[in-house]
Write a protein that binds this ligand. Structure first.
Ligand SMILES: [Mg+2]
Length: 303
C-alpha cells in the first residue's frame, strides 16, 4: 500500500465536522482552521513511542490509535477547552502493514468522532520502531483557560475518577484495569464543567498523583496537603494510586465554598485535601512529606 493510497482512504474517512472550524482538511499543503470570535486556541502535542510508551503487540491497532489521540485530548480537557482538530504523524515499521494502519486510524477516528475532532492532516513515513505524534488544536473562551498556576492557599484539591487503575492494568494485563490502561477516557466534558465552576487550576494525571500535584502546586507557588481518603481503583496498591501514571483523570482546585457535584457523567469527584502556604510544590500526605515521584521517561520508573 502506497502513502498516496493510505492518504486517499483517510481523506474519505476524515471529513471535517461542520462546527469544528476546519475549512480545509486532508489533501492540501496545510489545513485551514477558522477560530470563532472571542476564542483563544489551545495547542498541544503528544508522542507515543514503541518501546517507551507501549510494547509491540501489547495493544491491538485500534486501541493504540485511540490511545494516541486520547492522551492529547486529555491535555485539552485539563485546560477546560473544546478539541477541534488533530494532526497525526505516524512512522510505521515494516511489521505494521495495511491492516495495522487501517485499524490504528479506525480507533483514532472513532474517538475523534465521539468528540467531533476533525482529523485535518498529518504525515506518514516508515521507520524501525513505531512512533506516533498527535497534535490537537482546541479552543476556549478568551481568558477562560484553566491553567496549573491559579491555585491559592486554602483552595480545595479534587480528583476525578478512581486512581491507580492504569498502573495496575500495566502490571496485571487483565480485566477492567487493563482496559483502563489501554483505553483511557479524556475528561473533556468534565473540563468544561470545571470552567463553569470557576476552578482555580487544573492538570491531567498523566504521570501520577504525586508528581502532577507537585507540578500544579509548584506552578501556583503554594504547597499541597492530601489528608482525605483517596479514590482507589479496586485492587490498585497505594504506590500505584500515588505514583502510577496514565490515569488521565483531572486534578483540580476550587476556592473553599464552591459546591462541586459528587459526580459528573458517572465519574466521581473527590476532595482529597487543600492547598496551603509553604514551599512551592511541597507535598504532604496525612501529615508526612510526600516525594514528587512518578512516571519520568528520562529516569524510567523511579521505584
Ligand atoms: Mg498534561
Amino acid at each position: 500500500m502506497s502513502e498516496l493510497e493510505i492518504l486517499e482512504r483517510l481523506r474519505a474517512r476524515a471529513r471535517p465536522f461542520p462546527r469544528s472550524g476546519v475549512r480545509l482538511g486532508i489533501g492540501d499543503d496545510c489545513a485551514i482552521f477558522a477560530a470563532r470570535k472571542g476564542e483563544e486556541l489551545l495547542i498541544t502535542t503528544d508522542l507515543l513511542l514503541e518501546g517507551v510508551h507501549f510494547e509491540r503487540g501489547s495493544h491491538p491497532p485500534a486501541t493504540l490509535g485511540r490511545k494516541a489521540l486520547a492522551r492529547a485530548l486529555s491535555d485539552i480537557a485539563a485546560m477546560g477547552g473544546q478539541a477541534r482538530l488533530c494532526l497525526v504523524s505516524l512512522a510505521a515499521p515494516r511489521w505494521a502493514g495495511r491492516g495495522f494502519i487501517d485499524g490504528f486510524f479506525r480507533g483514532l477516528l472513532g474517538l475523534a468522532s465521539r468528540y467531533k475532532v476533525t482529523l485535518a492532516g498529518g504525515d506518514l513515513t516508515q521507520s524501525e520502531a513505531l512512533a506516533c505524534d498527535v497534535v490537537v488544536c482546541g479552543a476556549v473562551e478568551r481568558g477562560g483557560a484553566l491553567t496549573r498556576s491559579g491555585a491559592r492557599a486554602g483552595d480545595r484539591i479534587y480528583v476525578s475518577g478512581v486512581l491507580g487503575g492504569s498502573a495496575l492494568g500495566l502490571r496485571t494485563r487483565r480485566g477492567a484495569a487493563w482496559r483502563r490502561h489501554a483505553a483511557p477516557e479524556p475528561r473533556l466534558e468534565l473540563g468544561a464543567l470545571l470552567r463553569r465552576l470557576g476552578a482555580t487550576a487544573a492538570i491531567d494525571l498523566s504521570d501520577g498523583l504525586a508528581l502532577d500535584l507537585h507540578r500544579l502546586a509548584k506552578a501556583s507557588g503554594v504547597a499541597a496537603s492530601v489528608h482525605l481518603p483517596l479514590p482507589v481503583f479496586p485492587g490498585a496498591s497505594f504506590e500505584e494510586v500515588l505514583h502510577g501514571g496514565e490515569d488521565y483523570e483531572l486534578l483540580f482546585t476550587v476556592r473553599p465554598g464552591v459546591v462541586v457535584p459528587e459526580a459528573h457523567g458517572g465519574v466521581p469527584l473527590t476532595c482529597i485535601g487543600a492547598m496551603r502556604r509553604g514551599r512551592p510544590g511541597a507535598l504532604e500526605l496525612f501529615g508526612r512529606p510526600l516525594a514528587p515521584v512518578g512516571w519520568d521517561p528520562f529516569r524510567k520508573r523511579d521505584r
